[in-house]
Ligand binder design. Structure first.
Ligand code: SF4
Length: 319
């Protein structure tokens, strides 16, 4: 596991006073907890396009079928400036190696979903927009996991997002030496338990994607990008205890010959209790980790699944 993955974050969430009213919107779980394990890179797109603090609010307006970002005070159209900035900043962030982005909810620039859009000349609005900066970033980077800060207050969503960030971080690490067909196949193989636990169909579908891409003669760099974009799309759906318990049982099956009958029964019992919601996920994982180590079977495949980062370990106690 590489140390301290980088995470892009809407700057106001990091306590920077960049909001339209001159205030911040600090998310303490990010500044006080996540910052101990991740490098948080703050970005304020509105300040980035030259807006002052304080300033007027911004809003999304639909005009001629296209979404525009307007200054609410004087209706100045900020769209092109924001698109240009978002393209440049996306490029800089990916070059810097960010492994995910936490966006501020409810913002016409940063919000990922449910942003108010008004049809020009009308009063009524729909709530189905995406902030313009977030829209450009996610369109250019479908392979990078993203989330809004409001979702992080749910430990299940926070833990799942972090797992996606770790997965992306490993992929970036591998990408450093350049991709080959073998490396992509090995990467997929070493993450099979991760997929079984988080998105069971993805394991088979991604294997097929790799095979078909190489049959077509695609360049390994393109295959690796397509692979990660498809993987993150599958991982966008929150996992359930069932698939996670199933992956634990797969590990148990591998180490079973080295365990006594009592140890096996104890492990099976704790996994079942987790499946039924009677134990947190950390309980069977801690037991599994101990047994896997004692059996000398802590290979990379198992390690990826049963050794969460300290930050994720904290969250696992609540899921
Ligand atoms: S929501 Fe985005 S644009 Fe608004 S203050 Fe925060 S970082 Fe800046």
């Amino acid at each position: 596991m590489p140390t301290r993955p980088k995470l892009g974050v809407s700057a106001c969430l990091l306590g920077q006073k960049v909001r339209h009213n001159g205030e911040h919107a600090e998310a303490r779980n990010l500044t006080e907890s996540w910052s101990r394990h991740l490098d948080l890179v703050g970005v304020c797109p509105e300040v980035g396009i030259g807006m002052t603090t304080p300033r007027a609010t911004t809003r999304l307006v639909k005009r001629d079928g296209r979404i525009h970002l307007l200054d609410s005070n004087n209706n100045t159209d900020l769209s092109q400036d924001m698109i240009d900035y978002a393209e440049l900043q996306s490029d800089a962030l990916t070059k810097a190696g960010i492994c995910g982005f936490v966006f501020k909810s409810g913002s016409a620039s940063c919000g990922l979903e449910r942003i108010k859009v008004t049809e020009e000349g009308q009063i009524e609005a729909s709530n189905d927009g995406t902030g313009l900066f977030a829209l450009v970033f996610t369109t250019l980077n479908p392979h990078i996991p993203v989330i809004e800060e409001v979702s992080l207050s749910d430990p299940l969503q926070a833990e799942h997002f972090l797992a996606r960030v770790e997965f992306f971080s490993l992929w970036l690490e591998e990408a450093r030496g350049g991709w080959t067909a073998n490396k992509i196949a090995q990467f997929h193989d070493s993450n099979k338990l991760f997929f079984i636990s988080r998105s069971p169909n993805a394991k088979r579908n991604l294997g097929r994607l790799i095979a078909q891409a190489f049959d077509r003669g695609d360049h390994p760099e393109n295959v690796a990008f397509e692979y990660m974009a498809a993987a993150q799309k599958s991982l966008n759906v929150l996992t359930k205890p069932g698939p996670i318990a199933h992956a634990m049982e797969r590990v148990l099956g591998r180490i079973s010959p080295s365990l006594s009958g009592d140890e096996r029964q104890e492990l099976l019992g704790v996994i079942n209790e987790y499946r039924r919601g009677l134990q947190p996920r950390s309980a069977p994982l801690t037991l599994l980790r101990t047994h896997v180590r004692n059996c000398g079977m802590d290979n990379e495949t198992h390690a990826r699944f049963i050794t969460p980062t300290p930050l994720r370990l904290d969250l696992l106690a609540n899921v």
